[in-house]
Ligand binder design. Sequence first.
Ligand code: SAM
Length: 278
Amino acid sequence: MTIEQMIQQALSEGGHVPRRDVEDLLAHLLGMSWSELLVGKDKEVSEAALSDWNHSWSRLKQGEPLAYITGSKEFYGIDFYVNPSVLIPRPETELIIEEFLDRNDLSNPKILDLGCGSGCIGLTVAKKDPPSEVYLIDVSPAAILVAEKNKLRLGIENATLIEGEVGSPQFSISSLKGQVDFVLANPPYIENGDKRVSQSVDQYEPHLALYTDNKGMNWIHKWLTWSYDYMKPEAIGIFEFGEGQAKDVCAAVKKENYRLLEVIKDYSDIERLVVFQR
Ligand SMILES: C[S@@+](CC[C@H](N)C(=O)[O-])C[C@H]1O[C@@H](n2cnc3c(N)ncnc32)[C@H](O)[C@@H]1O
């Protein structure tokens, strides 16, 4: 069977799966880039590749996210390893990187990435110039393993991974108190039971990364409170939040005695980031 015939067969079987996902999965299994796949559509697929395809294709057809099947997701132009213990990095989270790069004028900033998951935020900024000192924290030991793997794969040395529950009075890093220039975070901010979450996200992505209580504000409140003691005077915080939460997030920022600098919209014109100063 040729590559083109396999694509056509898959599309007729699993009409709900986007064509690009079918092509990306096939390219991954054949060890090709997407553009190489398109150029080589008349090539015959080997028996061995066909049997790999059958297993992976049945996972994709059932709704499992492509990134968990291929084990990778691109974020800000960097390929991150992912597995089901971490959230799949989202394009809107790249805005945190943009905002940090726009605002940083220090030569060696100390940065906290709270709830690091795969490490996509902290490791991306750690790779940028000027050099920084980045501390990535997550409560999930399995997520820390994924971030550690990404740190190794990317050859990053200026990042430290720490397992701990941000926001808990029992968790502190005394050596960083009053030392931090930037706090970056994409906290779990979806209210428990929110019906807007797609079935695939709810079924496959870690609930610890997605959901919380108090209208989705629980960790945003606690992480704002916790961060204060770590930030230098005039240090900057950049937090992502969910659709419809801007008013509550701005009120929380002010309540914790930060200066509210800006609310930033994402590419879909939805308020998505808050930028504040200690
Ligand atoms: C929305 S995900 C963000 C992951 C990654 N930063 C990203 O943007 O793709 C939130 C992360 O926070 C972690 N988390 C949840 N509660 C936490 C807590 N109290 N302290 C530290 N990490 C926590 C979850 O394990 C998850 O990895």
